[in-house]
Ligand binder design. Structure first.
Ligand code: NDP
Length: 435
């Protein structure tokens, strides 16, 4: 990965966006938490507070990472790492890396997910640990995660420099780019503990489910009941995360794992941004027990599940197509496809297939449409009193439109004329007929 491969935008814009994300994301996480938990979800209220109290006011609301927060994080991280290492699972091979390696994984995500949720609910049920403690220390936990994950990313940078796990590693020559995008594609501790599987899946995505449940329990313990809005939000988030773990081995073929290196962008994002921003609609609902009524609740639930299913089916279709070497039927018919060839960085010529039927014939990244709509549907229970619960949907839309561009550029340089042909046959990038 040279620096140019990460500069699909101009170098100026790339540096500016890297520096601003590095500096603005941490305070944003704290402001988001503060607004959701202490300012009634109202951006105006937080804004007023900051106007009156200035920088000192901001420093005052930034919680210090406490011993309780560190303990919660350490227990959770150690538990997830142990499950990742020791739960049984099928041996799965990842895609061939740019330098021609093939990483091997243990597919035990569903088991880890089930054990995690059962343990968490069990601890609550038997009065051993009350999840409301997590909610009550959320600010301190996010604060600890912000600093802890930053240090972890420095560790990743140094590891990439002095002890890379594979040949899929290297410097771009610029320390900021290396820290931000990462040095290694598949960093491991020992032979088997894959760091990106841990940060992205077992810590990040798992925390999403754990926190969705936490918010629900907090509302129950505060109000003595769970509102239908909270229930719909939690169910849809859990369906989404369940789908994720069901398909986790497929995730190991996606850009996050196969192309984005382990740096601030992906690892800090999964360790901090996912537990805070991704779960934020539920965080808002804790103190806003909106009542939707059965009809609206069912309508939102069904459309949300449909979106999650379509998103899953897009990913499944592509993976089945590749797995069966283009032989699997797509929407009941033999798929149209492109036999593409490309050259790895070590000079080997490899072949690959591009699907032009089914969802992948509608647009080149159609799967992002149901992904965004699913996020909208688990936010909708918050109704429209405040904008902030919708921040995740807006963020996701920007992220995925940017990602579609990054992926198109990467595929164009990987596949050359074959990608051009695919673009001619499937001209729209995301929304059929529009974009
Ligand atoms: P994918 O990695 O699944 O798809 C892109 C890759 O697929 C390309 O790099 C290319 O890789 C291959 N490809 C592209 N076109 C074709 C084709 N026509 N036929 C076959 N293969 C093709 O994309 P993402 O990682 O972006 O998304 C995976 C899932 O994760 C989606 O469901 C998405 O919605 C979700 N997601 C969620 C996010 C969130 O924050 N909630 C963020 C990002 C993704 P190759 O080099 O193998 O050819």
């Amino acid at each position: 990965m040279g620096s140019e491969s990460n500069m699909v935008h101009s170098p100026m814009l790339t540096y500016a966006s890297m520096i601003s994300l590095l500096t603005l994301c941490p305070p944003f996480v704290i402001l988001l938490w503060y607004t959701m938990v202490h300012a009634d979800g109202s951006v105006l209220q937080t804004f007023d507070y900051l106007r009156q109290h200035g920088l000192q006011g901001f420093i005052d609301i930034w919680p210090k990472p406490t011993a309780t927060a560190w303990k919660i994080i350490a227990c959770y991280a150690a538990f997830e790492a142990a499950l990742q290492l020791w739960l049984p699972g099928k041996r799965v091979e990842g895609p061939i890396s740019p330098t021609g390696n093939r990483p091997v994984y243990k597919a035990n995500g569903v088991a880890a997910y089930a054990v995690t949720l059962i343990t968490y609910l069990g601890l609550w049920w038997f009065g051993i640990f009350n999840p409301t403690i997590v909610y009550d220390h959320l600010g301190e936990i996010f604060s600890a995660l912000i600093f802890g994950s930053f240090i972890f990313c420095i560790f990743l940078y140094i590891k990439g420099l002095v002890a890379p796990s594979s040949t899929d590693s290297g410097s771009s020559g610029n320390i900021i780019i290396d820290f931000y995008w990462g040095m290694e594609l598949y960093p491991r501790i020992g032979k088997n503990f894959d760091i990106k599987v841990f940060t992205n899946c077992r810590f990040g995505m798992m925390s999403w489910a754990v926190l969705a449940v936490t918010y629900c329990i907090k509302q129950y313990e505060t109000y003595g009941r769970v509102s239908d809005s909270m229930l719909i939000n939690m169910i849809l988030m859990l369906v989404y995360v369940t789908k994720f773990f069901w398909w986790e081995a497929g995730y190991w073929n996606t850009m996050d794992i196969a192309h984005d290196r382990a740096g601030f962008y992906i690892c800090w994002g999964c360790l901090v941004w996912v537990p805070s921003v991704y779960t934020s609609p539920g965080m808002y609902l804790v103190n806003h027990p909106v009542n939707l009524g059965v009809q609206l609740a069912v309508y939102i639930l069904v459309s949300g599940i449909l979106c999650i299913y379509i998103n899953y089916d897009c990913d499944r279709q592509r993976q089945e197509f590749r797995r069966t070497n283009g032989k699997a039927l797509v929407w009941g018919k033999a798929p149209s496809k492109i036999h593409a060839t490309y050259t790895t960085t070590s000079g080997e010529t490899k072949s690959s297939l591009l699907l032009m039927s089914g969802w992948w014939g509608l647009s080149r990244h159609f799967h992002y449409v149901p992904e965004i709509l699913a996020a909208f549907s688990w936010t909708l229970p918050a109704l429209f009193n405040h904008f902030l619960p919708y921040f995740y949907v807006v963020f996701l839309t920007i992220l995925l439109f940017d990602r579609a561009k990054r992926d198109d550029d990467r595929c164009r340089s990987k596949y050359g004329k074959y990608w051009k042909l695919y673009c001619e046959k499937v001209p729209y990038r995301i929304i059929p007929g529009i974009y």
